[in-house]
Design a protein around this ligand. Structure first.
Ligand SMILES: C[S@@+](CC[C@H](N)C(=O)[O-])C[C@H]1O[C@@H](n2cnc3c(N)ncnc32)[C@H](O)[C@@H]1O
Length: 317
């Protein structure tokens, strides 16, 4: 039996997480309507319990046969990625026939480097219409020669490049991360300064960012202070992380594509639970050419307008 903390947390099935899963399945139902079978519909990290897969079965998105295995017509529709051996075993028992890639997602996309990409079957799986990265990990940065690099962002960039290859696949990323600030103020400052251009170019952006992170943090982020977020409380730092993740992802979206934030749900951060953030980003081809700042402006405008909060009891505010 698997006893990792992540499995225990999932087995607990908190109402807030169930509310996020409901959004995921709504998204799957929506995209299933345009699924043609060339690429898979759904690539996910379902964990040992596979609760999101179970929900997709319950809503008729994934079919089971009479024996309770994944039905023939759904075999190519869903793929699970699981790096934990025990968890993969448990998942296999739960959903016989489910395609499970027993490896870390980073090795599936062939690391962070831009010279090596998955091929053959793995390339096909990576081009799913919906990719659900329920990582529950913090945004970790690694110091590199040219500044900080964020592995999760690099993997997403590679997935975006794969979807942009012919025949192109408009796609949706469901991303769940721990929003607790893991980076020192210095790291957050570096991310925060990414906002400086948007803040100075758009008063509306400034205003909306202030709604999310507070006017003092925006003031700090628009200056060249050495520690613009110094003295900020955890809630403010989490909010900076919430706004920073889409900004970082927008930086790796291939040219000609637009990223839109469909929804953004915050939960936890109280009663001993970590602050979490779940996003839905849709990637589609742009009408005409958009400058990078424009590409992000759409995302942030959407994002800042669409941040919702899920209470412990699952109510979405
Ligand atoms: C938070 S759980 C998934 C829960 C599931 N989505 C649900 O709704 O209940 C994340 C799972 O992904 C696995 N995982 C985390 N990071 C991974 C990575 N980089 N590559 C592959 N699997 C990973 C973990 O072992 C864990 O089983």
């Amino acid at each position: 039996m698997v006893t990792r903390p992540v499995d225990e947390a999932m087995a607990e099935d908190r109402p807030a997480k169930a509310a996020v899963r409901q959004r995921w399945v709504d998204c799957l139902i929506e995209l299933d309507a345009r699924w043609e079978g060339r690429e898979p519909l759904y690539l996910t990290l379902p964990g040992a319990e596979g609760r999101d897969v179970a929900l997709a079965v319950q809503h008729g998105v994934i079919a089971l046969n009479e024996a309770g295995s994944i039905a023939e017509e759904s075999l190519h529709k869903v793929v699970a990625v699981e790096r934990g051996q025990e968890a993969a075993l448990q998942l296999r028992r739960r959903f016989p026939g489910l395609k499970i890639l027993d490896q870390p997602i980073q090795s599936l996309v062939r690391g962070e480097g831009l010279t090596s990409y998955p091929e053959a079957e793995h390339r096909v799986w990576c081009r799913a219409l919906v990719v659900n990265l329920d990582l529950s990990a913090r945004l970790e940065g690694e110091a590199r020669a040219g500044g900080i690099s964020f592995p999760v962002v690099s993997w997403i960039g590679k997935l975006a490049v794969l979807h942009a290859q012919e025949p192109i696949v408009p796609w949706t990323l469901l991303l769940t991360m721990n929003a607790e600030p893991s980076l020192a103020h210095e790291g957050l400052r570096d991310i925060g300064t990414l906002f400086r251009e948007n803040i100075s170019l758009s008063p509306a952006f400034r205003e909306r960012l202030a709604d999310l992170v507070g006017p003092t943090a925006v003031e700090g982020l628009s200056t060249e202070a050495t520690d613009p977020l110094g003295g900020s409380d955890d809630q403010t730092l989490r909010s900076v992380v919430v706004a920073a993740i889409p900004k970082l992802i927008a930086g790796v979206v291939p040219e000609g594509w637009v990223m839109r934030s469909e929804w953004c749900l915050r939960y936890g951060g109280e009663s001993g639970h970590a602050g979490m953030i779940a996003y839905r980003f849709d990637f589609t081809l742009a009408d005409g050419n958009l400058a990078p700042v424009e590409r992000y402006k759409h995302t942030v405008d959407d994002l800042l307008r669409s941040v919702e909060r899920i209470e412990e009891d699952g109510t979405v505010l």
